[in-house]
Design a protein around this ligand. Structure first.
Ligand SMILES: NC(=O)c1ccc[n+]([C@@H]2O[C@H](COP(=O)([O-])OP(=O)(O)OC[C@H]3O[C@@H](n4cnc5c(N)ncnc54)[C@H](O)[C@@H]3O)[C@@H](O)[C@H]2O)c1
Length: 260
């Protein structure tokens, strides 16, 4: 059965490719972006609807999600994907405006997007959210610590929301690719090529996101490395608490939610 999808950051890269693949398989798509010319061109090219939305603006996210639900007659899939690199570090090169902008788009944008999507998905009886984090959400990124911080936060958000939203039939997963062929790597591309770092084709990224959408997994990080198929990254459970006598506490459940 065909589905209705909202895609953020749809003017370029992963958003454009996912929107294209969803339409190709028969789904209906609203894509949004701040690049109005680029977003409208993608919408016209693939047969989707374009709406302007800055994902770091709460009111715009709520209004756009409502408009997308209305335009499509409901929402089943939400790809919270818009993102940027930071452009500053946290030492002498710190810039509070660039920092807030990166956190606003890469983290607030996902939180606002989930908040706005939940009522629409509930009205549908369930649905699926995929948020684009990054491999930077699973490993250290000395070249962009702020990016590493907000992408880890997206993974943490998704891990928390998976079990919380499961009773409502809503799955939430994080897409965590390595370097992939999109505009965001423009400044890095030469370095990646010269160091022999393989770059993921954007088509493979799109297929991986569709696989996450169609899966019953939730609260998971979907890792995509160049040359490999996408895989669910299984986190190691944390060691549980011990009682005074050194035996495991009855409530210890390292793989489950923290018990009060
Ligand atoms: N390409 C990679 O190597 C790579 C790897 C890991 C994660 N990511 C993540 O993938 C996501 C998509 O990036 P991409 O690689 O397709 O890059 P991209 O630059 O091609 O696409 C990003 C899109 O987001 C849009 N955007 C930027 N700010 C926005 C805002 N405030 N509101 C709405 N849209 C906005 C841009 O206009 C652009 O169309 C990002 O979250 C990025 O951090 C990319």
């Amino acid at each position: 059965m065909s589905k209705s999808a909202l895609v953020t950051g749809g003017a370029s890269g992963f958003g454009k490719e996912v929107a294209r693949q969803l339409v190709r398989r028969g789904d209906s798509v609203v894509l949004c972006d701040v690049d109005d010319a680029g977003g409208q061109a993608v919408a016209d090219e693939i047969g989707a609807t374009y709406l302007h939305c800055d994902v770091s603006d709460f009111e715009q996210v709520v209004a756009t999600t409502e408009a997308a639900e209305q335009a499509l007659g409901g929402l089943d899939l939400v790809f919270l994907n818009a993102g940027i690199s930071t452009g500053c570090g946290v030492a002498d090169d710190f810039d509070v405006v660039k920092y807030r902008r990166a956190m606003g788009i890469n983290l607030d944008g996902v939180v606002y997007g989930v908040h706005a999507a939940i009522p629409a998905l509930r009205r549908r009886g369930g649905g699926s959210i995929v948020a684009t984090a990054s491999m930077a959400g699973l490993t250290g990124t000395p070249f962009d610590p702020v990016y590493g911080a907000n992408k880890h936060a997206v993974v943490g958000l998704v891990r928390a929301l998976g079990p919380a939203l499961a009773p409502q039939g809503i799955t939430v997963n994080a897409f965590c690719p390595g370097f992939a062929e999109t505009k965001i790597i423009t400044d890095l591309r030469e370095h990646l090529v010269s160091t022999g770092t393989p770059i993921i084709p954007v088509e493979k990224a799109g297929e991986s996101v569709l696989e996450a959408f169609d899966s019953s997994e939730t609260g998971q990080a979907w890792l995509l490395q160049a040359g490999r198929d996408v895989m669910v990254y299984r986190f190691r459970g944390i060691p549980g608490p011990l009682q005074d006598d050194g035996t495991p506490a009855a409530a210890a459940d390292p793989d489950g939610p923290v018990k009060p």
